[in-house]
Ligand binder design. Structure first.
Ligand SMILES: *[C@@H]1O[C@H](CO)[C@@H](O)[C@H](O)[C@H]1NC(C)=O
Length: 353
């Protein structure tokens, strides 16, 4: 075989490989990340602080004056995340002073591109999260969606985010804000609280742990000197410095190790947070987490709002508004989520290239 022929064969082969890779990429892009519209631009009102960071130029991503928001980013919830971001920007008086910190365990570059194309001016960083770092600690819960390693990323924010970020608002992806996030972020944490969140002292706290837990004196003594109340971990204001000082990630992991051995609770990432923090958090007004709109953990019944004012709507529970809308079976309150949906409407007559 002469050299040129061989060369042509290799060239042809590599062309085929490149073409196949392109097809695979396109397929992945369409199946993993749906297309979203570009959001309108949002600008600071005139009285917003102008943030200039000496070391990073005009950067708010590491600034003390910025409102720092942490969320996870994955293919399954991307539509919810995009809606949440839009809702935050739209109701903020200083939207350009918000820094987003996204934690992603896979497809990070694709997800980053999706966020950039919908929000071209967004201040954000994407942090890789290694699933295997936490998966060895996860035991199966009553709802398989809760067992996803990324669901535990909220326990690792203090390690993931740079140490110059001192306070963060953690938000789930199945919620929308209808009020200024700066108000939530400014919650006073007092002299030593690590975390602030709406708490619910009427909820039956006992039911979040198994009888194995309560019948073990050593375990139940954990709550001995605190008035432990349930709180939802989908909306939390976290002092990252205090978290790092107290090494709360390790404390959470220790309870997860106990769970691995003796099943002391039924849900996923929530109970370890309750074990470590319940009774020691700063309570936030309930308006900041109108949760449960997804229904229960089993069939996802429609739920109504709780009494009182609303600043944040949270579709926690099994049913998600985008899924119910797609299935033509929305709950009445899903109409409040829909205006933030940036998914490109399906165009059945257009040929997708
Ligand atoms: C709280 O939950 C526990 C365990 O699920 C149950 O045994 C108890 O009766 C409940 N208490 C109330 C007041 O509902």
């Amino acid at each position: 075989m002469s050299k040129p022929q061989h060369y042509h064969f290799v060239l042809l082969l590599s062309t085929v490989v490149v073409a196949l890779a392109a097809i695979a990429n396109a397929a992945a892009a369409t199946s993993i990340t749906p297309r979203f519209k570009e959001a309108p631009s949002f600008y600071n009102s005139p009285d917003c602080p102008l943030i200039i960071d000496e070391s990073h130029g005009f950067s708010i991503l590491f600034s003390d004056q910025a409102v720092h928001v942490a969320m996870t980013l994955d293919a399954a919830y991307i539509r919810g995340t995009v809606a949440a971001i839009l809702s935050i920007l739209q109701h903020s008086s200083c939207p350009q002073n918000i820094a987003f910190h996204f934690v992603a365990s896979a497809d990070a570059s694709l997800l980053r591109a999706t966020i950039s194309s919908s929000f071209p001016h967004l201040n954000f960083l994407v942090y890789p999260f290694c699933d295997s770092s936490v998966s060895r600690l996860i035991s199966t819960s009553i709802r398989s969606a809760l067992d996803c390693p990324l669901n535990y990323a909220r326990s690792y924010l203090a390690n993931l985010l740079p140490s110059c970020v001192h306070r963060v608002v953690y938000l789930d992806s199945d919620l929308v804000l209808i009020d200024d996030i700066a108000k939530l972020a400014a919650t006073p944490l007092g002299d030593n609280s690590v975390l602030a969140a709406p708490e619910y002292c009427n909820a039956n706290f006992t039911s979040y742990f198994t009888s194995t837990f309560w019948s073990n004196t050593y375990f139940s003594l954990t709550f001995a000197n605190r008035k432990a109340c349930y709180f939802n971990t989908g909306v939390m204001v976290i002092d990252l410095d205090r978290w790092r000082e107290g090494d709360y990630t390790t404390k959470i992991e220790e309870w997860m190790e106990v769970q691995k051995r003796m099943r002391i609770y039924e849900l996923g990432s929530l109970p370890p947070f309750l074990l470590v923090f319940a009774g020691n958090i700063v309570p936030v007004d309930h308006r900041w987490n109108q949760h449960g709109l997804g229904g229960d953990n089993f069939i996802g019944l429609c739920r109504d709002l709780h009494h009182g004012p609303v600043s944040l709507l949270h579709w926690s529970g099994k049913g998600k508004p985008w899924a119910r809308l797609d299935a033509n079976g929305p709950c009445p309150l899903d109409a409040l989520w829909e205006p933030y949906d940036l998914l490109q409407p399906k165009t059945p007559f257009a040929l997708d290239s």
